[in-house]
Design a protein around this ligand. Sequence first.
Ligand SMILES: Nc1ncnc2c1ncn2[C@@H]1O[C@H](COP(=O)(O)OP(=O)(O)OP(=O)(O)O)[C@@H](O)[C@H]1O
Ligand SMILES: [Mg+2]
Length: 122
Amino acid sequence: MKKVEAIIRAERLQEVQDALDELGVSGLTVSEVMGCGRQKGYTEQYRGSRVNISLLPKLKVESVVADELVDKVVDAVVGAAYTGEIGDGRLFVYDVVQAVRIRTGERGEDTVRHEAPVGWGY
Ligand SMILES: Nc1ncnc2c1ncn2[C@@H]1O[C@H](COP(=O)(O)OP(=O)(O)OP(=O)(O)O)[C@@H](O)[C@H]1O
Ligand SMILES: [Mg+2]
């Protein structure tokens, strides 16, 4: 299992979510974060105005996926988050050693493989 963690522009979230949904990821976590990249201390466009602060608001999108899906997820997130401008974000991939579905006690990589849950569609 791998965790794909992407720091993206807020305005790209819908595209990223749609791309992940198309691949059938079993879940994701989104957080509001502050951060900076290589331009720390310099300026970056934020919603049309130039700002000169060292931390900018971004969204962090995390999804734990089965090994065979990682490359597709990386390509999909990068494609969906891309604008070509400075500050498009970063993506990191981590090894995940365990996953547990708390309700059922199931463990392991199968728990992050997509399957339609019981009651799906209701
Ligand atoms: N080395 C890093 N470690 C952790 N988070 C990072 C790192 N680099 C960037 N980030 C996070 O990613 C966000 C977006 O970074 P950003 O897109 O500016 O990266 P960059 O490497 O400066 O690329 P660019 O030149 O396109 O701006 C930052 O606000 C920060 O939250
Ligand atoms: Mg940057």
